[in-house]
Structure formats: structure tokens, C-alpha cells
Design a protein around this ligand. Structure first.
Ligand SMILES: [Zn+2]
Length: 252
């Protein structure tokens, strides 16, 4: 079974509380990182080295996060596992560079503060990381990733009814255990996307206000309304309630 190393999660004494309290903690940690990184913009860009160092300094407790240049114009956050594939021992954070300077522009705060929000969410929610790791190990993650990306984390214009129908069809291809893991994980991931997009948008505005002298025009944060995460979370929750009820009925 994949374990989560102590450098890939915060101590329980630090993260204990309700899910809302943990979310609040992740938000506070992200704010601390923002305050630090904002002061490092002496021009409109900051180097990857400075970004990495500032992130390391803003993170409490021993940790392992590597910031990577991602030329695909988008950010990502992934967990790293050791060679034996049995311990999550850190995270990789992909950040897109400016194609001319190769550095990180302040007008991409919506991307880097989104990814740092995900990072602090993971660090304060080790149970969620454990579930993802478990799904990865059992193969459920690979089996469900395409559906998650094309129907749930996608901008397609499906009606609630169509999403619900597609989800029903897809769930039929999974075992009861896989269905419950997938639905619980999707609920967490979609909820975390709302959190990360909100954090990104908040700091995209704030950083451009603070450094208005360094930019020629304001760049709006990525618009995430088209993903309609709220509707999808509701649908996922309804299916999850049904699955859990059925599983309980079978057991008793
Ligand atoms: Zn995200």
C-alpha cells in the first residue's frame, strides 16, 4: 500500500479540525506565500530560482516540492512517488514561463497561486492524497482519468441531465468499490478546483494592483464559470449517496 511520507503532509496536530478549518488553513498558507512572492517582483517577472526559494521559505515544516518549467502554457501539481512506488514523498509544481524571458510573469498569478493553493490543500488533507494514491495503485485512477477530464473537468456544454446520464453509463463499467472511490475523489477534486480558481483570481487582481507600475495593461484571471463545477459536484454527490446506500444494503 502506498504511504504518505511526513514531508508530503503536515503533522496531524497542525491540520486537525473540520474540512472547512483545513480549507481555511490552506488559504492562510497560500496568503503567506503570496505576501512573500509579491515582494520578489522587482520587474514584471521573477526567476524560477527565486520562486522556488520563496516557496520553500513560505512553507512550514520539512517538505519536498520542486517547481518545474512547463512549456505547455498551463500549470499542474502532481504527487511524486519513490522508486519502489510505495511512498508519496513530495510534489512537482509545473508553472508556465514567459516565452521571451523564460521567467514567471506577475500577470500569471492566477496560474501559480492556483497551483500553490492545490499544494497547500494536499498538504493539509493527507487523507485525500492517500485516496488518490490508493486509486493509482489499484488502477482505478488510470481507468477513470479520461472520463474525469472529458466530462467532469471540461468546459463542454452538456446539460445536467446529459452529465448525469453519462456518469451513470460510466459507473456501470466500474465495480462498487471503484465507483465509491471515483465519486469521492471526484467530489474532492472538483471542490478543490473551485478553491484553487478562486485563490488564483483573487491574487491575479491583487498582484496587478500592487505592481501596477510594472505592467502595461491588466490581464484578467482565467474564467472558470464554463466548467460549472457546482452543478457537477451536486450530480456526483447524488450518485455517491445512492452508491453508499446500495453498498450498505448489500452488507446488512
Ligand atoms: Zn487546478
Amino acid at each position: 500500500m502506498i504511504k504518505i511520507d511526513k514531508i508530503a503532509k503536515y503533522p496531524l496536530s497542525f491540520t486537525k479540525g473540520t474540512p472547512n478549518q483545513r480549507r481555511e488553513l490552506a488559504s492562510c498558507l497560500n496568503f503567506k506565500f503570496f505576501k512573500d512572492i509579491s515582494t520578489k517582483f522587482k520587474s514584471k517577472d521573477v526567476s524560477f530560482d527565486v520562486f522556488q526559494k520563496t516557496l520553500d521559505e513560505a512553507i512550514p515544516f520539512p517538505h519536498n516540492i520542486t517547481v518545474i518549467k512547463n512549456d505547455e502554457k498551463k500549470g499542474f501539481l502532481t504527487a511524486c512517488v519513490n522508486d519502489e512506488c510505495n511512498i508519496v514523498n513530495g510534489y512537482n509544481m509545473g508553472i508556465p514561463p514567459n516565452s521571451f524571458s523564460g521567467e514567471i510573469p506577475l500577470t500569471t498569478a492566477d496560474i501559480f497561486m492556483h497551483e500553490s493553493a492545490h499544494y497547500f490543500s494536499f498538504m493539509t488533507n493527507p487523507k485525500m492524497v492517500a485516496r488518490i494514491a490508493k486509486m493509482f495503485e489499484s488502477g482505478t485512477y488510470l481507468k477513470t482519468q479520461n472520463f474525469y477530464n472529458t466530462v467532469l473537468y471540461s468546459k463542454n456544454k452538456l446539460s445536467s441531465f446529459e452529465i448525469s446520464q453519462k456518469l451513470d453509463e460510466f459507473l456501470q463499467t466500474l465495480t462498487v468499490k471503484e465507483r465509491i472511490d471515483f465519486l469521492q475523489n471526484s467530489r474532492y477534486r472538483l471542490t478543490d478546483e473551485i478553491f484553487a480558481y478562486k485563490e488564483g483570481a483573487k491574487y491575479q487582481d491583487l498582484i496587478q494592483k500592487i505592481h501596477s507600475d510594472k505592467i502595461c495593461c491588466k490581464v484578467d484571471a482565467v474564467d472558470y464559470c464554463d466548467y460549472d463545477f457546482e452543478t457537477k459536484i451536486k450530480i456526483v454527490e447524488q450518485k455517491l449517496i445512492k452508491e453508499l446506500k446500495n453498498a450498505r444494503a448489500v452488507k446488512s
